[in-house]
Design a protein around this ligand. Structure first.
Ligand code: NDP
Length: 285
C-alpha cells in the first residue's frame, strides 16, 4: 500500500518534448532588450510563453527595436495548439527600484492572470583596479547586479506565492562568481556574481516549500555588447579569452537558449538550488 500511495503521488509522466512547452505561461526577463536576455526571452516565447522583456528605456540603437519584425513572425514550437503562440512584450523599468519592480510584476499578473517564470538577467560590468575602486562605482555595480537581481526575483516570486503558482526563477550569475583573473580589475563584478550564486541557493531553500524553484546559470565569456565594450579597447583579449577553454572560442548568446528553457520548464521540476555552468569548459581547463 505504501508503494502504491507513493507512486500515486508522483506527477504524471509526460513525454520529454512536451515538458518543454510553456504554453499559457507568463515570463519576465530583465535586461531583455539585447544580448543574453533577449536570446533567453526569444527561447521562452518560442516555447509558447508570453514574455515581458524588462529593460531601461529603449535606446535608438537597441537590439530590441531591430528584433520587433522578427518577433512578429516568432516561430512557435509545435505544441498542438496553433491559436496560442508565445509573444514578446516590452516593459520599461529599472531593476534597482524595488517598489517599481514590485508594481510592474503586479500589473503583469493582473493583466495576464499569472507569472510563471522570472529570469533575473540584467547586469552591468565595469573595471577598476581594486585598490582604487571608486566608492560610487562599487555601490552602483552592486546595486544593479545584487539588489536588482533580488528585487526582480522578489517581484515575480511574490506574485507566484499570491497566486499559488509553482514557478521557476532563474538568476544569471557568471563563472566570474567562482574564479578571478589577475588582469581584469573586476573585483566588484566578481563579488556581485558570487553573491548571486549564494542568493539562488538561499532563495531555493526558502521557497521550495511553496513549490517555487530557484536556480542560477553561470555563463563563461559570451560575445555580447558587455564583452564587446572590453574587446573594442583591448582586442588582444579575444585570443586570450578564447584560448582559456577547450572549445577555443567565445560563446554566442543563443547558446544559452536551451539551458534557460530547461530551467524554466517542467523538464527540470526536480532541479532547484543548482548552478548550471555554460562556459565552454573554461573551468575544466
Ligand atoms: P548586455 O550589457 O549586453 O545586456 C545587459 C542588459 O541589462 C542591457 O539591455 C541593459 O540595458 C540592461 N540593464 C542594465 N542595467 C539595468 C537596470 N538597472 N534595469 C534594467 N535593465 C538594466 O549584457 P549581457 O547580455 O552580456 O549580460 C547579461 C547577463 O549575463 C548579465 O547579468 C551579465 O553579468 C551576465 N553574464 C554575461 C557574460 C558575458 O560574457 N557576456 C558572462 C557571464 C555572465 P541598457 O541597454 O539600457 O544598458
Amino acid at each position: 500500500v505504501g508503494v502504491a500511495a507513493a507512486l500515486a503521488s508522483l506527477p504524471p509522466t509526460r513525454s520529454a518534448l512536451s515538458q518543454f512547452s510553456l504554453l499559457n505561461q507568463v515570463a519576465i526577463v530583465t535586461g531583455g532588450h539585447r544580448g543574453i536576455g533577449l536570446e533567453m526571452a526569444l527561447a521562452l516565447a518560442e516555447a509558447g510563453a508570453v514574455v515581458y522583456c524588462l529593460d531601461l528605456p529603449a535606446q535608438p540603437d537597441s537590439d530590441w527595436l531591430k528584433v520587433q519584425s522578427y518577433a512578429a513572425k516568432l516561430p512557435s514550437l509545435d505544441v498542438g495548439d496553433a491559436d496560442k503562440k508565445g509573444r514578446l512584450e516590452y516593459v520599461s523599468g529599472d531593476v534597482t527600484d524595488q517598489q517599481e519592480m514590485w508594481k510592474i510584476a503586479e500589473r503583469i499578473a493582473q493583466k495576464e492572470g499569472r507569472i510563471d517564470i522570472c529570469v533575473a538577467n540584467a547586469g552591468i560590468l565595469r573595471g577598476f583596479e581594486c585598490l582604487e575602486y571608486p566608492a560610487e562605482e562599487f555601490r552602483k555595480l552592486l546595486d544593479v547586479n545584487i539588489n536588482g537581481v533580488l528585487f526582480s526575483a522578489q517581484a515575480a516570486g511574490r506574485q507566484m506565492e499570491r497566486l499559488g503558482i509553482k514557478g521557476s526563477i532563474v538568476l544569471i550569475a557568471s563563472m566570474s562568481g567562482t574564479i578571478a583573473n589577475k588582469d581584469q580589475h573586476w573585483v566588484a563584478y566578481n563579488t556581485s556574481k558570487a553573491a548571486v550564486l549564494q542568493m539562488a541557493r538561499s532563495m531555493a531553500c526558502e521557497l521550495g516549500v511553496k513549490g517555487i524553484r530557484v536556480n542560477s546559470i553561470s555563463p563563461g565569456y559570451i560575445y555580447t555588447q558587455m564583452t564587446r565594450n572590453f574587446l573594442d579597447t583591448k582586442p588582444h583579449l579575444m585570443a586570450e579569452w578564447s584560448s582559456h577553454n577547450p572549445l577555443g572560442r567565445l560563446g554566442m548568446p543563443d547558446e544559452l537558449r536551451g539551458v534557460v528553457l530547461w530551467l524554466a520548464s517542467a523538464a527540470s521540476t526536480f532541479c532547484t538550488g543548482s548552478d548550471i555552468i555554460v562556459d565552454g569548459g573554461h573551468r575544466a581547463w
